[in-house]
Design a protein around this ligand. Structure first.
Ligand code: GLY
Length: 371
């Protein structure tokens, strides 16, 4: 199996490549140099990362840039979701300006979703926009957040409420970086991989049923294949609907339930985003079955797969209350004109946007789990 793939996100003159494979961080200079062009020596490159990722992967990237003769500065952030806020954005922008960035400078976002979202947003607004490259080091960021240009920060009103659609110039996803991820974090990212199967590719879902456990256990070829297939799916959706006017919303499968549960859990380590998405996807399929959209048995098939790999598949046991979850859904930013919008499915592999889902069916479903 070819462990290296290149996938294009087709967006006209903002198109870019996602390069996936082993050893890419150690070859980062070679990949970056053509983007910097003939005046590379005059362009400032600034690597933005966090302290955890810096310890694991920064020397490889710095060594690769040294080898390619690319000069750079480095900014190391505190690790954790709390850095995705206004104070840290302000500090990062000041640090970038301290590095004497210019309009033609290049920011490298090295890390997981938090670094990618924050640094990507900083790139979008620094000097009204400088180039940036995503070097995602977690499964979640490799298959989802580094691709498609969603950047931003959290505010006291909620997550990701301030930001910009701002596309990177390239995504370099080094599969080897996944070897250093804690198993729980890897699994949380895997939920987003499963999502691509459920919303659009029954064959991929079946492939995951066969290879998912090996992937989690460290099979590098399976990891490379799953990341590539996920990025292909995401690239196709983003190319069709960059600003989430339609099809891109399918990527939110499991996220309405998931977001409510995450909020109730206080966005804590008690329930990781991917874990909430895994449970949310099962609930979405159960809801699809209940309202007659989807034949029976699909939710059970998904639950079996999630249980096999070790992801949670039920909202029970977290102390959630139906009313509290419903309240969060009522405040969800995906609500339009007072009606609940859910991403549901008519089959495994066929996601749909359902704009008029009755609250009763949702309350009944949650009541059966939590009542
Ligand atoms: N993570 C969902 C999206 O990029 O649209």
């Amino acid at each position: 199996m070819n462990r290296h793939s290149t996938i294009e996100v087709a967006l006209g003159d903002r198109s870019y490549e996602i390069r996936i494979g082993s050893g890419l961080l150690a070859a980062a200079g070679r990949h970056l140099a053509p983007l910097l062009g003939e005046h590379a020596a005059q362009r400032r490159v600034v690597i933005v990362t966090d302290a955890n990722v810096a310890e694991l992967h920064l020397p490889a990237v710095q060594g690769a840039l040294d080898e390619a003769g690319i000069g750079y500065g480095t900014i190391v952030l505190d690790p954790g979701e709390h850095t995705k806020d206004f104070p840290h954005l302000e500090r990062l922008l000041d640090d970038l300006l301290d590095h004497d960035i210019e309009r033609n400078s290049m920011l490298v976002a090295l890390g997981g979703g938090v670094v990618g979202d924050l640094a990507g947003f900083a790139a979008a607004v620094a000097l009204r926009g400088i180039d940036f490259v995503q070097m995602p080091t977690t499964l979640l960021s490799q298959v989802d957040s580094s691709v498609g240009g969603k950047t931003g920060i959290n505010t006291r009103h909620g997550k990701n409420l301030v930001g910009a659609f701002y596309q990177p110039r390239m995504v370099l996803a080094d599969i080897d970086a996944l070897a250093t991820l804690p198993r729980r974090e890897l699994l949380a990212g895997y939920a987003e991989v499963v999502k691509y199967g459920v919303i659009g590719d029954a064959g991929f879902f079946e492939w995951l049923e066969k290879h998912g456990a090996a992937l989690i256990d460290g099979d590098v070829a399976a990891r490379a294949e799953a990341v590539a297939q996920s990025c292909r799916a995401k690239a196709a959706i983003v190319s069709e609907d960059e600003r989430e006017q339609g099809a891109r919303a399918l990527l939110n499968l499991g996220h309405t339930f998931g977001h409510a549960m995450e909020a109730e859990a206080g966005f804590s380590d008690g329930l990781l985003h991917g874990e909430a998405v895994a449970i949310g996807m099962v609930l979405a399929l159960e809801l699809s079955e209940r309202i007659g959209l989807c034949p029976a048995g699909r939710a059970a098939r998904l639950r079996t797969h999630l249980d096999t790999v070790g992801l949670p598949s039920s909202p029970a046991g977290y102390g959630f209350e139906v009313e509290a979850l419903l309240a969060h859904m009522g405040h969800d930013k995906k609500v339009q004109a007072g009606k609940l919008t859910f991403i549901l499915a008519t089959e495994i592999g066929k996601g749909v946007i359902a704009r008029d889902v009755g609250g009763d069916a949702v309350a009944g479903l949650l009541g059966d789990h939590l009542g």
